[in-house]
Design a protein around this ligand. Sequence first.
Ligand SMILES: Cc1cc2nc3c(=O)[nH]c(=O)nc-3n(C[C@H](O)[C@H](O)[C@H](O)COP(=O)(O)O)c2cc1C
Length: 186
Amino acid sequence: MLERTLHLLALSGSLRAASFNTALLRAAAEGAPDGVIVTLHDYRDVPLYDPDLGLPPGVERLRAAISAADGLLIATPEFNYGIPGPLKNAIDWASRPAYRSPFAGKPVAVMSASPGPIGGARGLQQLKTVLLGMSAVVYPAPELAVGGVGEKIVEGRLVDAVTAERLARLVAGFAAWAPGARFDVA
Ligand SMILES: Cc1cc2nc3c(=O)[nH]c(=O)nc-3n(C[C@H](O)[C@H](O)[C@H](O)COP(=O)(O)O)c2cc1C
């Protein structure tokens, strides 16, 4: 039982309306335990990274949302074995200054989904590495890489019971772990 409401910010690695990964995050929000609120953040207003732009409004909004959250849930496809450009771009904007950014010390749980057999697991591992580079505190396990997602998410709804159970376990486990997760940069 949580002592207070936990606010988790959800970022999808896909911007398209019918995204499987965004649908996975919606399912995570719906299946979250009592006292856990999952809010999807649309970051399409974040421009291409260029420090000469200062802090554009979309970047300020993203950084403020990350700072205010108790933890992050990220679900992403892999694009050509890696992190999709829009997600990496948004993360890079929020990653400065190094070691003191909104990501520093922030608990993050990651998952991925793909119609392919390994569920975007290569992109998922890359994302973990990138998060570690920003001193985020990455939830170690369980992780969730949903392969063959086209049969498991239909018309935007998670219809596969096994995946739903694994997703619920991940969100509940992360919510229990995140409040005590710490990382202080030396
Ligand atoms: C540019 C591009 C590259 C892709 N590369 C991969 C890949 O390396 N591995 C994979 O499993 N799927 C790959 N896919 C397929 C995506 O996993 C699939 O389109 C998925 O549905 C995208 O996620 P979304 O449904 O959340 O938008 C790629 C798709 C695109 C558009």
